[in-house]
Design a protein around this ligand. Structure first.
Ligand SMILES: Nc1ncnc2c1ncn2[C@@H]1O[C@H](COP(=O)(O)OP(=O)(O)OP(=O)(O)O)[C@@H](O)[C@H]1O
Ligand SMILES: [Mg+2]
Length: 231
């Protein structure tokens, strides 16, 4: 579904990602692991097109998207929940979710039931400003915004970061229900191994901007964890 080949990307003079190659298959939850600053977010941005690739390719469902703008990638079916959520604080919760519809292939006027049904608390807050929500509520909002366009590939960048445990549980349930649906693949950058083990199918470990290890979740043993992930 998603194939990243030999990707190189960075900021200004600095090269952050080097020769990154990874794949996400339909219906899979693929986890992107690695210590702080190894390039997980940079990779997410490059896949979404927010950051241009310097070398290599990003192919989605057989189409080379490497030179396409982020909006076009969204319309092809890629949804993105950025690290730090990036909701619009001055807009209402409803307007924030509505913005997700901009990424739809066809012009849709209504927010699909499936996008908000997973976060039942959201409709009751539709009139509030996004900026007035708690961090956990904003995370749910960012998630629902991404689901509004009914993506087939969802990029989740540390969705549990700084979130209270009950909302982490909610997010885990949402990821599981998306996975159970079988149609949507997920690429999940995540630091919590417990979380990764509870939802993931396959993992890649980034180290200094390159893929250092990969495997099925059962291959994520203590030695690999100690070597690549323990701080
Ligand atoms: N806008 C930017 N301009 C310059 N350098 C940046 C920028 N954003 C990130 N970097 C650098 O790129 C490297 C990778 O950062 P990135 O945010 O991709 O890491 P990460 O794995 O997502 O980290 P974290 O786990 O803390 O979210 C870091 O050295 C960081 O300082
Ligand atoms: Mg990051």
């Amino acid at each position: 579904m998603l194939a990243v080949q030999q990707l190189e990307a960075g900021y200004g003079e600095s090269v952050i990602l080097r020769q990154v190659t990874l794949q996400v298959r339909p219906g899979q939850v693929v986890c992107l692991l690695g210590r702080n600053g190894v390039g997980k977010t940079t990779l997410m941005k490059s896949i979404m097109g927010v950051l241009k690739a310097r070398r290599g390719t990003v192919t989605y469902k057989g189409t080379d998207l490497t030179k396409r703008a982020p909006g076009e990638r969204a319309k092809k079916g890629i949804g993105y929940v950025p690290q730090g959520r990036e909701i619009f604080p001055q807009l209402t919760v409803f307007e924030n979710v509505l913005l997700g519809l901009e990424a739809c292939k066809e012009k849709k006027r209504a927010i699909p039931e499936s996008a908000v049904a997973k976060f039942p608390v959201l409709p009751s807050m539709y009139g509030r400003r996004g900026g007035d929500l708690s961090g956990g509520q904003q995370q749910q909002l960012a998630f629902a915004r991404a689901l509004a366009s009914e993506p087939e590939l969802l990029l989740l960048d540390e969705p549990c970061e700084g979130i209270q445990p009950s909302i982490v549980d909610d997010i885990r349930d949402v990821i599981r229900s998306i996975k159970a649906g079988g149609d949507t693949a997920i690429l999940l950058a995540e630091q919590s191994l417990e979380f990764v083990k509870s939802v993931g199918d396959y993992f890649y470990i980034l180290e200094k901007g390159s893929i250092a290890w990969e495997g099925g979740l059962s291959d994520l043993n203590d030695e690999v964890i100690r070597h690549y992930l323990t701080v």
